[in-house]
Write a protein that binds this ligand. Structure first.
Ligand code: C2E
Ligand code: MG
Ligand code: MG
Ligand code: MG
Length: 290
C-alpha cells in the first residue's frame, strides 16, 4: 500500500514517526519526574458475577494526570515507555504497595475484603523475582496474599523462559494469590505452554467481546475460548462488557464473570469503598424509594 501511494504516503509516514518520537521523549521526561514525585493514582474496576451481579473483586488501574499538559495520559501509552526506560519495576512496586495499604485500611475499617488484581508487565516478571518483592511488601504492610491477584499477559510468556516464569507464578500462587492471564487471544501462546503454567483465570480480550452481539465469527470465537478455558479448568472473565446483549450472550455461553462499563468504569478508591460498604450489586433492580 505504501508503494502504491507513492511519495506522499512515505512523507506522511516519516512525519508521524517523528511526531511519535517527540511525544515519547516528552512523556519520558515527564514520566521520570512523575515517578520521583509519585504523581500517580489508582482506580478500581469491579469484576462481577454475571449471574448474580455480586462484586467479586477489583482490578487496579494506574492513572497519571500530567500537570504539564493538564491531561490524563493513558497507561496504554505510558506503560510501554516505562518498560523501555526500565522504570516499570519501580512503578509496579508503587502500585503493589498502594494496593496493599488500601486493602489493610479497608480491612481495619471492617469492610469485607475482595481481592484486588494487579497488572504485571513482562519486564516486571523477568526482572529479579517479583514473588520476593510481593512477599516483602505483604510483610511490611500487613496485607494478605489472598487479597491480591496478578494479571499477566501472553507477552510475558517467552518460550525460552518458560520454566522460570512458571516458577515465579508458582511462588505467587502457592503464597495464596490468584494468577490471571490477561488480554487472552491477542498473543501467541500455545495451549501446551498455557497448560504448563499455574493459572486460575483467563480474561477474554475486549476486542473479541465488542462485536459478539453483531458478528457471528466473533461470537463463535468467544464461545470457543470459554469452552477451552473451562477445559483447562480456568475461571473465565470477559473484558469490556458494555451492553445488555453482550452480557446475555456471555452468560448464555457459560462465562461466569465479567468487567466493563456496563457495570462500572474504573473509579476512585472512595467509590470502591462505597461499593464494598453497601454490598453494591449492579444487576439488582433498586427499589424505588417513595
Ligand atoms: P488491561 O489490564 O487489559 O485493562 C483493561 C482496560 O480496559 C483498562 O484500560 C480499562 O479502563 C478498560 N476498560 C474496562 N472496561 C471497559 C469497557 O467496557 N469499555 C472500554 N472501552 N474499555 C474498558 P486502562 O485503564 O486505560 O489500561 C490500559 C492497559 O494499561 C491495561 O489493560 C494494562 O495492560 C495497562 N495497565 C494499567 N495499569 C497498569 C499497572 O498498574 N501496571 C501495568 N504493568 N500495566 C497497567
Ligand atoms: Mg488487566
Ligand atoms: Mg485486559
Ligand atoms: Mg486489555
Amino acid at each position: 500500500r505504501v508503494k502504491a501511494d507513492g511519495r506522499g504516503s512515505y512523507h506522511r509516514y516519516t512525519a508521524s514517526l517523528h511526531h511519535d518520537s517527540v511525544r515519547e521523549l516528552t512523556i519520558e521526561t515527564r514520566l521520570r519526574k512523575a515517578i520521583k514525585e509519585q504523581s500517580f493514582d489508582l482506580h478500581y474496576q469491579p469484576k462481577i458475577d454475571l449471574k448474580t451481579g455480586e462484586l467479586l473483586s477489583f482490578e487496579a488501574l494506574l492513572r497519571w494526570y500530567d500537570s504539564y499538559s493538564e491531561q490524563q495520559i493513558s497507561p496504554a501509552e505510558f506503560i510501554p515507555v516505562a518498560e523501555r526506560l526500565g522504570l516499570i519495576s519501580m512503578l509496579g512496586e508503587w502500585v503493589l504497595e498502594r494496593v496493599c495499604m488500601q486493602q489493610v485500611k479497608w480491612h481495619k475499617e471492617g469492610l469485607k475484603i475482595k481481592p484486588v488484581a494487579i497488572n504485571i508487565s513482562a519486564q516486571q516478571l523477568m526482572k529479579g523475582d517479583i514473588s520476593q518483592t510481593v512477599h516483602r511488601v505483604l510483610k511490611e504492610t500487613g496485607a494478605q496474599a489472598s487479597w491480591l491477584e496478578f494479571e499477566v499477559t501472553e507477552s510475558c510468556f517467552i518460550p525460552e523462559q518458560a520454566d522460570r516464569i512458571a516458577e515465579i507464578l508458582h511462588n505467587l500462587r502457592s503464597a495464596g494469590s490468584n494468577i490471571s492471564i490477561d488480554d487472552f487471544g491477542t498473543g501467541y501462546s500455545s495451549l501446551s505452554y498455557l497448560r504448563r503454567l499455574p493459572l486460575d483465570e483467563l480474561k477474554i480480550d475486549r476486542s473479541f467481546v465488542t462485536d459478539i452481539a453483531v458478528n457471528a465469527d466473533d461470537a463463535r470465537l468467544v464461545s470457543t475460548i470459554i469452552a477451552m478455558a473451562q477445559g483447562l479448568g480456568l475461571r473465565v472473565v470477559a473484558e469490556g462488557i458494555e451492553t445488555q446483549e453482550q452480557l446475555d450472550y456471555l452468560r448464555d455461553h457459560g462465562c461466569h464473570q465479567g468487567q466493563g462499563y456496563f457495570f462500572a468504569k474504573p473509579s476512585t478508591k472512595e467509590q470502591a469503598h462505597d461499593w464494598l460498604a453497601t454490598e453494591w450489586n449492579p444487576l439488582e433492580t433498586k427499589p424505588i424509594s417513595a
